[in-house]
Design a protein around this ligand. Structure first.
Ligand SMILES: Cc1cc2nc3c(=O)[nH]c(=O)nc-3n(C[C@H](O)[C@H](O)[C@H](O)COP(=O)(O)O)c2cc1C
Length: 192
């Protein structure tokens, strides 16, 4: 396969994963840098992907530490591995934050089922919990409004992709870099 085909197939896999809970790339690791300069990593669900613009969408609670970290330092790495295809995708990029009042958050919220919305109605993520009781009941309209006010969308614009294919005896690796709108600027095979 040519480099351009490999790159396109990688993004096609990400796009497919955004709509398929069974996909290996459905959950990826979002890495940020905190206020002390320490790396922070956590799993997130890949919610949308635009292969032409090389962007990924992630949903989160704007009260979570990652939101504050990204506000201060928008550079990110998104790491994914698909065990079925044995492909690692390591995306380097910049995050843009779309807060609760943004059109992007409104549009994304409109697509969420009630049980997903309910995950935004609890206390601030990471705060100590008063008690570890049973799951809260499904929220009513008032609680759902409170959840909506905590809901944000992280859009990652990729600036580079490190592609790594595990293959018995013959691992392959390639690096791609992108312009501001996600245009493919350079592609090169590198030693694995
Ligand atoms: C499989 C899986 C998927 C997750 N998806 C998300 C997600 O899409 N958005 C999110 O904010 N947190 C998600 N989480 C929780 C995060 O990993 C993390 O624990 C939480 O967001 C707090 O992160 P922070 O303290 O770095 O902000 C997920 C956790 C797991 C295990």
């Amino acid at each position: 396969m040519m480099l351009s085909e490999i790159e396109a197939a990688g993004w096609a896999a990400l796009r497919q994963a955004a709509g398929d809970p069974q996909s290996g790339f459905r959950c990826v690791t979002l890495c940020t840098v905190d206020a002390e300069g320490a790396p922070q990593a956590r799993m997130v669900v890949l919610r949308a992907c635009d292969p032409a613009r090389r962007t990924l969408d992630i949903h989160t609670d704007v009260r979570s530490p990652k939101w504050a970290e990204l506000t201060a330092a928008p550079r990110v790495t998104v790491l994914g591995y698909c065990p079925q295809t044995r492909l690692q995708l390591r995306l380097i990029g910049t995050a843009t934050l779309h807060g609760p009042d943004s059109p992007a958050a409104a549009a994304a919220w409109a697509t969420l089922p009630p049980w997903t919305r309910s995950t935004y109605t609890g206390g601030p993520p990471g705060d100590e919990r008063a008690f570890a009781g049973a799951a809260a009941p499904m929220p009513g309209a008032a609680e759902e409004g409170a959840g909506r006010a905590c809901f944000g969308v992280i859009v990652v614009q990729a600036t580079a992709l490190d592609w790594f294919q595990l293959q018995r005896q013959d691992n392959r690796r390639a690096r791609f870099s992108y312009g501001p709108e996600g245009a493919l600027m350079a592609a090169v095979w590198v030693n694995p």
